[in-house]
Write a protein that binds this ligand. Structure first.
Ligand code: LLP
Length: 418
């Protein structure tokens, strides 16, 4: 459930008409619902309540300070993957003891900053990285907590680009190497190796792959007599973009909780999309209607530079007119909703049954709260969209639309060319 609903043929975010926001905020803009964010976080929390897990929101899915603050205020921890995300975590006052840090390429300076801040864990993805963290912690005369990311080699049945837990991906370590690391604990006097981590992929609709991965890891820990305090089961829970049947938090918990409870380990979850995905939409304006002998196009003021998921993964995002004319359903027509970027792959939706929408009218691209703004770019020198958050019957511009000046910030021309 989310808080973007139609009332009298008009799209609302919580208690505000999206069209009213667009009167004050130029398009395109991302629009987030505070209530949806908080509700989705709470759904997971309640579902897993018996184990009191630490739920670390995956910052890469939506790193807006307002979004992070909304979740941190509700008690969430954060899953980060860079120094930049650590910086954001600090800005929203996140508790360091609720921060976990993954990623295959952590730089020495990023590692040092995270140790200094006192994060809960590094999720370590290679032996060299482990050596590096040991070396840095030693030089800082500190002890760092480390969980080893295991690649459990399971098939999560999702898009190849968002599969991470298969043996051939760059993520995590195979069981044999992990065993060797735990046997050689003495090599890491400044590390506290007290967790294991898995993250098998994203937009996974079924509990089975999670069960398989958790089962494999628990068996491994038992067989090898490895004792740790934490098991981080990652993120990856899928959501409904279209007609898919996404599992609820409760259904997911019912499947995995029995195994987790038996393990006696402390549990960490790292959901991104489950919390942020349906908490946001992208609001865009139709610039032109265009008809060719073969196609009907709606050309809008937003495209792959704002939301790359359709172009990159052929991801489906529902697209709806923000105001629906009452006669609209009679006149629907197959339409490609495309952006202004000079690439054939620049589309938000293809062959969508849409009513006639005049130029100047608004569309909402649904389910754009995760991996929307965070994956946006300035391609074609297009300033990035603004971000707006609704809290009840109020809205706040939480990030201004970029200006042309922002586009060239930090650039210079060699003096010989001046
Ligand atoms: N933990 C780790 C270590 C991750 O790498 C990720 C996502 C998550 C948690 C959160 O996954 P989620 O719960 O959001 O599925 N750009 C792609 C998704 C890439 C996911 C990358 N890792 C997309 O737009 O679908």
């Amino acid at each position: 459930m989310h808080e973007f609903n139609f009332k009298d043929n008009e799209l609302y975010c919580e208690r505000i008409k999206v069209a009213d926001i667009a009167k004050k905020v130029p398009t395109p803009f991302y629009l987030y619902s505070y209530k949806t964010l908080a509700d989705h976080y709470k759904k997971l929390k309640v579902a897993f309540n018996s184990m009191r897990p630490l739920i670390c929101f995956s910052v890469k899915s939506n790193s807006s300070l307002a979004v992070l603050k909304a979740l941190v205020k509700n008690g969430a921890g954060l899953d980060i993957v860079s120094g930049g995300e650590l910086y954001r975590a600090k800005l929203v006052g996140a508790n360091p003891k609720k921060i976990v840090y993954a990623g295959v390429g952590k730089r020495p300076d990023e590692i040092a900053d995270a140790i200094k801040f006192g994060i809960l864990f590094f999720n370590v993805e290679s032996e060299e990285e482990l050596d590096q963290i040991q070396h840095i912690a030693e030089s800082m005369k500190k002890k760092a907590n480390v969980a080893i990311r295991i690649n459990p080699d399971v098939i999560p049945k999702t898009h190849a680009y968002i599969t991470t837990g298969k043996g051939e991906t760059k993520f995590g370590l195979d069981f044999e190497t992990v065993h060797k690391i735990f046997n050689n604990k003495w090599k890491y006097p400044n590390l506290n190796l007290n967790g294991v981590h898995i993250h098998i992929g994203s937009q996974i609709l079924d509990a089975k792959p999670f069960e398989n991965a958790i089962k494999k890891v628990l068996k491994f820990l038992k067989d090898c007599r490895i004792e740790v305090e934490y098991l981080n089961i990652g993120g990856g829970l899928g959501i409904m973009y279209s007609i898919e049947h996404a599992q609820t938090a409760k259904a997911f918990a019912e499947r995995v909780l029995p195994m987790l409870a038996k393990s006696g380990l402390k549990i960490i979850l790292e959901p991104g999309r489950f919390i942020s995905g349906n908490s946001g939409v992208l609001v865009t304006k139709v610039i032109y209607n265009k008809r060719t002998p073969r196609k009907k196009f709606l050309i809008v003021d937003s495209g792959m530079s704002d939301l790359i998921r359709p172009s990159l993964y052929e991801a489906y995002h529902k697209i709806v007119p923000v105001k629906v004319a009452s006669s609209a359903s009679d006149t629907c027509e197959k339409t490609d909703v495309v952006g202004p970027i000079c690439e054939s792959g620049d589309f938000l939706g293809k062959e969508r049954l849409l009513p006639h929408v005049e130029s100047g009218e608004l569309l909402a691209v649904m389910g754009a709260g995760a991996y929307g703004f965070t994956m946006s770019s300035n391609y074609n020198s297009r300033p990035r969209a603004s971000e707006v958050m609704v809290v009840g019957d109020k809205f706040y511009v939480v990030r201004k639309h970029e200006t042309y000046r922002d586009l060239v910030k930090g650039e210079s021309i060699p003096k010989e060319l001046r």
